[in-house]
Write a protein of this length. Sequence first.
Length: 202
Amino acid sequence: MSDVIPAAPYDPNGLHPRFRVAIKCLMDGLASATPRPYSAREGFRSMERQESLWAQGRTAPGSIVTNCDGLTRKSMHQGLGWFGTGLAADIYPEHVTPEELANPDAECWIILRDAALSVAYVGPSGGKTTLRALKPGWLFTRTKLDGRTVRNPDAPHIEAGDALRGMVKRDLFPVSRDGQTLLRSPCPTCGATTDLEEEPAK
């Protein structure tokens, strides 16, 4: 995040409950993986904040920091559009250096990437498969005008993975498979689940 618009104060309550659990698992994993502390600096964003970040480097001073304008293309930080539904957070190591910020392959970001990829949910096959809960920004790519796909990493960024986003959608629109509602899936690393009450789908 550029210094032109400081990072918003991090409030875990701004995150969707399922994503909040996944981020806690991530932070616990980081604490076990390295003595260097990590912390979250930004979680949920309002549309107004996302619009101000979009303007930076375009119609406002500073460098471009996002490709999401907050309206026609929303950031995962905005979640479902209201506080308590954020699906992204920015995670930084303590005393991060300018050199580390400029290098997505710095050791601190590799540690963050690996810890994020280790947070998974037990799949609906009864534990035979695991589904990644988080997608690290280190993996981001973009398609150039000539059709080539190139890396476009946003190393501090962590967002909900496809599996977790699927659960969030099923929370809003419950579905059942063979009469069984597939909503709660604990993290196999720590066993954590969300505090959401799950009723059989009607």
